[in-house]
Design a protein around this ligand. Structure first.
Ligand code: CDP
Length: 227
């Protein structure tokens, strides 16, 4: 059977990665978390002191961007792919609020997007992938055979992300998480390069009132229709 490319885009913290991971596992495809790549670049900026307050040293970042190596390596303990930045496992660090609060300005930089999109397109050459992000169906794989645009109400998204962060031991509040995701949505939707927007041929999935099992069934049905 010919393999296809599945692009899942949508707002912050609406469960894209949970659904993309699960779908990929069920259909034997590779899952790629494009957001993890922008988060890893952001961690690089923080670790190398490229931020001075909210100001990012674009000149230095431009020099460094080619040397930032982001890879995904399967963790035998969890069965999931962990994100590596220049050979070091950064999966835990990139998920915290420190990175979440800085990632959207980094992801809005044109030359950062150019480099990430190039790497993402290379990962999809063989097809058989499920990639989630903001611009996957519009910029990275405009010819993807199946495009999903996911959304849910901001409050529901904030509650889900808060529970995830607390389970990981992070001390944060509902208000902080809600503020972070609405700010990111605004920056992601209004930037010039690769803004978050629904592709014309995407299927919209509002999962505010769906359980993980229900959303998964809908995705599987969409996949079956396509192939
Ligand atoms: O999981 P969550 O919704 O919190 O976000 P993510 O998928 O980990 O992405 C983190 C950030 O990276 C987003 O808020 C965007 O600013 C950026 N991003 C992007 O610009 N383009 C993508 N294809 C994926 C993520």
């Amino acid at each position: 059977m010919n393999k296809i490319v599945i692009a899942i885009d949508g707002h912050s913290s609406c469960g894209k990665s949970t659904m993309a991971k699960e779908l990929a596992k069920q259909i034997g495809y590779t899952y790629i978390d494009s957001g993890a790549m922008y988060r890893a670049v952001t961690l690089f900026c923080l670790q190398n002191k490229l931020f001075s307050g909210d100001t990012l040293d674009l000149e230095r970042l431009k020099k460094e961007i080619q040397s930032i190596r982001i890879t995904f390596v399967k963790n035998p303990e969890t069965g999931q792919s962990d994100t590596y930045l220049n050979g070091k496992n950064v999966e835990r660090e990139i998920r915290g609020m420190g990175v979440a609060n800085k990632v959207s300005p980094v992801a809005a930089v044109g030359f950062v997007r150019e480099e990430m999109v190039k790497q993402q397109q290379a990962m999809g050459l063989e097809k058989g992938i499920v990639m989630d992000g903001r611009d996957i169906g519009t910029v990275v794989f405009p010819n993807a055979e199946l495009k999903i645009f996911v959304t849910a109400s901001p409050e529901i998204r904030a509650q889900r992300r808060l529970e995830e962060l607390i389970a990981k031991g992070e001390n944060t509040s509902f208000e902080d998480v809600l503020h972070n995701l609405t700010t990111r949505d605004h920056i992601d939707s209004t930037r010039k390069d690769g803004p978050l927007k629904q592709a014309e041929d995407a299927v919209v999935l509002d999962n505010s009132d769906l359980t993980i099992t229900e959303q998964n069934q809908q995705l599987l049905a969409l996949f079956s229709e396509k192939i």
